[in-house]
Design a protein around this ligand. Structure first.
Ligand code: ZN
Length: 255
């Protein structure tokens, strides 16, 4: 039964990942999310159903459009793989408990943001709000009302903390230090993992972002780093490794 659910989540995750990757392209480009159906971004021809099967089509078409042979971004293939792997992995790790729903909602926000932030330096408010609403619903279903309210408050606190960091950063470096999208995203992460873990997520996010920027900064003309996806990676690491991190933190702060 477990294997059966895992396989279905893998397939469903691939389909959902494909859809979310497409949203990451459509939202910043102001294309409606429901219409038209999938098309090649180069020659604009609509895709036939067999060119649109997650993971499989990309491999069989050799990563190229069947009509114009223009390369299809590897990032879209990555979205399908990520959707499949993360949906299945979350189930293997957590079954259907609260962490499954939190990490799967974060995975969805991650996939959209991966495309929109990496390709267009854009984090969609609509996606963040949708993520936050779903997370709050999950909190109220699985947690005591008081704890759920605490989590919502944590979101507001993290928003304020990031806003403070931005103002300080702007003064220190005399330029835009943090995107507004990153600030709002950190509020969503605050709701997901709680106050202490939010700072751990921020640390992991900065660390992975820094490592990435060391390898790619030369290629990037404006020196901008799409920070959003790294913040979510930080949050997901916190959820996956919380059984190791949380006891250590509790001891450190003797809560
Ligand atoms: Zn094409």
């Amino acid at each position: 039964m477990d294997l059966f659910i895992t396989i279905w989540l893998f397939i469903f995750g691939a389909i959902f990942g494909s859809f979310l990757g497409c949203m990451g392209y459509r939202i910043p480009n102001k294309i409606k999310t429901t219409y038209p159906s999938s098309f090649c971004s180069n020659c604009k021809k609509p895709l036939k159903w067999y060119m649109n099967i997650p993971i499989i089509s990309y491999i069989f078409l050799g990563g190229k459009c069947a009509y114009c042979k223009e390369k299809i971004g590897f990032i879209y293939f990555l979205c399908e793989i990520l959707g499949a792997v993360l949906f299945a992995l979350n189930y293997i790790l957590f079954k259907f408990d609260i962490n499954f729903f939190i990490s799967t909602i974060l995975a969805c926000v991650f996939i959209v943001t991966l495309v929109s932030d990496f390709k267009y330096y854009y984090i969609s408010d609509r996606v963040l709000i949708m993520g936050a609403v779903l997370l709050i619903i999950v909190m109220f279903i699985f947690m005591d009302t008081t704890d759920a309210i605490m989590r919502v408050t944590t979101g507001i606190i993290m928003f304020a903390v990031m806003f403070g960091i931005k103002i300080m950063g702007n003064r220190m470096f005399n330029k835009e230090s943090l995107g507004d999208g990153d600030i709002k995203l950190m509020a969503v992460i605050g709701i997901s993992v709680g106050l202490l873990n939010s700072f751990v997520a921020l640390f992991f996010g900065s660390l992975t972002g820094l490592i990435y920027s060391l390898f790619t900064l030369k290629k990037n003309k404006e020196g901008l780093i799409p920070f959003g996806p790294f913040l979510i990676i930080g949050a997901m690491l916190v959820i996956y490794f919380s059984s190791y991190i949380t006891p250590y933190l509790e001891e450190l702060f003797s809560i």
